[in-house]
Design a protein around this ligand. Structure first.
Ligand SMILES: [Zn+2]
Length: 387
């Protein structure tokens, strides 16, 4: 069965994947002769690379032993980025269960909800893990988000991601810790199309130079030279531990609730309060719905039926309520008239600005190798060059 969807304002017919809910109106999504999308094939490939079997578990234990060996004699053997959300909290629990000695690192961009902060504290206390928090200067953080909006780019969290990467690597380098544990999950979060959220240090540098209206004193960009220093001189490696365990469904929330008093934030991505504004902006201006890749992953793993996903995608996400979006705009200092101008401005993508991407594409075989050697996050190659 193949399905055709037509949407107002989007030219031509859009064909929906017969297996998940991705469609070929999304840049980079291609359907094969059977109507199955390349993201479904990528999911299958990653499932084969990281099977949830005894062999997969043995591989996990092997890497964990290496992390322990590398960390001998040090206070911590790994760094775990934590937001207070289900994925990072459960990842931290798994690290402790496996006998690792993590230092938790939190990047505070000024948008943490109260419930996320409480969850973070409860889980850290319950697991007896030390926390290092990097707080962004609020005025700068707000201006950097507005820079991305002025650049008409779809991913307004871009500079927050720089802040997170910077916090993880700089803390690891300073503490002499050799491993950073990532908790992105292709099974429970899916893989976003490249055009939606590609970012790199060159793009950020250029956006700041062109659109920033204040002098930045604290923000530290991550450029290739920083990255080379961290991975080749400081020898910091990464490990996406989520590839090796089952993190699907409500059982994770229930477990965290029973063990640590972790509370649900009450809705999809309610833990970070800028997300309402971010979702609304990218959906209305670019037709980007961040739920699609995530629901697609849940459909593939059987956590959600395809019918239920399609039905929910017809509804506006609860996080885009007028109250939440209005709160975001007020906090960003964006008035009604300016907001309308922002939404009406021509959409841009990373391909409209200088980036490292063309060089990285030439180096893609090297990036594949660095991914397999744990120098870059797992499946960087698959996401950046194969979707
Ligand atoms: Zn699909």
């Amino acid at each position: 069965m193949s399905e055709v969807v037509e949407r107002p304002g989007i030219p031509g017919e859009i064909r929906r994947c017969t297996r998940c809910v991705m469609h070929d109106g999304i840049a980079g999504v291609v359907l094969d002769a059977a109507g199955v999308c390349n993201h479904c094939h990528l999911h299958e490939k990653l499932d084969r690379l990281y099977p949830l079997t005894d062999a997969g578990h043995a591989e996990l234990l092997k890497i964990v032993e290496k992390i322990k060996r590398d960390g001998r004699g040090k206070t911590y053997d790994c760094i775990v980025g934590i937001s207070g959300g289900r994925d990072t909290c459960y990842c931290l629990y798994k690290c402790k269960e496996l006998g690792l000695r993590p230092l938790a690192v939190h990047f505070d961009n000024g948008w943490d909800s109260e419930i996320a902060k409480t969850n973070l504290r409860r889980v850290l206390e319950g697991l007896d893990v030390d926390l290092h928090t990097v707080v962004a200067d609020w005025e700068e953080s707000r201006e950097l988000t507005n820079c991305t909006i002025r650049a008409s780019l779809p991913y307004i969290d871009m500079t927050d991601d720089v802040g997170i990467v910077s916090a993880l690597y700089r803390t690891a380098a300073r503490e002499g810790v050799g491993w950073i544990i990532h908790s992105h999950s292709f099974r429970s979060e899916g893989i976003n199309p490249l055009r939606w959220n590609y970012m790199d240090g060159r793009l950020v540098h250029h956006i700041i130079k062109r659109f920033c209206r204040i002098k930045l004193k604290f923000f530290k960009n991550v450029e290739l030279r920083h990255f080379f220093w961290w991975v080749f001189v400081k020898r910091i490696k990464t490990f996406t531990i989520t590839n090796y365990y089952d993190d699907l469904g409500n059982k994770i929330e229930e477990f965290l609730g029973e063990q640590y008093g972790w509370q649900s934030t009450g809705g999809w991505h309610f833990d970070n309060e800028i997300f309402g504004l971010a979702c609304h902006y990218s959906r209305v201006k670019f037709g980007i719905d961040w739920r699609i890749p995530e629901f697609a992953a849940w459909v593939r793993t059987g956590e959600m039926t395809r019918e239920a996903a399609l039905e929910e995608l017809e509804e506006t996400p609860a996080i885009e309520s007028a109250e939440i979006v209005g709160y975001g705009l007020k906090k960003q200092g964006i008035g009604d008239e300016e907001w309308q101008q922002i939404l009406a401005a021509e959409p841009r993508y990373f391909t409209d600005y200088p980036t490292y991407y063309p060089v990285l594409k030439l180096l893609s075989p090297l990036i594949w190798l660095l991914g397999r050697l744990h120098i870059l996050p797992a499946h960087t190659y698959e996401k950046f060059f194969k979707t």
